[in-house]
Design a protein around this ligand. Sequence first.
Ligand code: NAD
Length: 249
Amino acid sequence: MERERFVDKIALVTGGANGLGRGMVEQLVKEGAQVAVFDIEDDTMEEAFDGNDRVYCVHCDVRDYDQVQKGVQNVIERYGRIDVLMNNAGIVHRQGFLECSKEGWLDVMDTNLNGVFYVGQAVARTMVDLGVEGCIVNTCSNTSRKTVAGVTPYGPSKAAVKMLTQIMALELAKYGIHVNAVAPGTSRTRIAAGTINDPERSAAFLAKMPFGRYGEVREMVSVALFLASEDASFITGETIYEEGGFSLP
Ligand SMILES: NC(=O)c1ccc[n+]([C@@H]2O[C@H](COP(=O)([O-])OP(=O)(O)OC[C@H]3O[C@@H](n4cnc5c(N)ncnc54)[C@H](O)[C@@H]3O)[C@@H](O)[C@H]2O)c1
């Protein structure tokens, strides 16, 4: 039986046009929420949610501070408040340390770290102003604790998201706002397609996975939505690793 944890809730999902974010939007809608989506892939976003009156698509580049302020304001004007933020948009640049360009470094930091700060702060301000005791879930990664070569800025951006999650949790607790993070391992989305679709790379990778398989989108979504729900009412500041034991210390 489908649960209905988000009836009458207003949610915002960044990076909701594809992959994990899209899975989050779909499950939030199934469980009763009205969902706003921020993404930069307008066609994919429109195609994914065409005709769905529970989804409001907004072109918003999370790297752009002004667009984020405007986007959040649009959602507030339309729905009156935001109860749940899935702060999920993220990218990877495959560049080793010696080759990593300044542009590549900055793009990853702008998206994965600055974007989480811009959207997190803008939404949290609305929660405080409107007295909403909401939930924020940041998408981190298992590369926040496991050293992974070849994607130079990615791990540092996600390690910073983990600490930012703790800071947000500590400062927002007095307003009744929960802030947690999910840290997926390699999962079946296009971000991991390079590994998944290359038989040799994939075999080498899976040999290091305790469960010998990739994560499924629904497995990542279920943990993220748990953290966004009443079920997690005494959890804040935590990062939950959903990675089949890959980076266990
Ligand atoms: N899939 C994995 O293996 C994996 C593992 C660890 C962490 N993650 C994290 O999960 C999150 C989702 O990744 P995914 O696997 O679903 O990837 P994805 O590429 O399928 O989806 C990412 C979405 O974010 C959007 N996006 C990118 N830049 C944006 C920007 N500047 N503004 C707004 N939207 C933007 C993209 O258009 C896309 O719709 C990311 O933060 C990623 O780092 C994924």
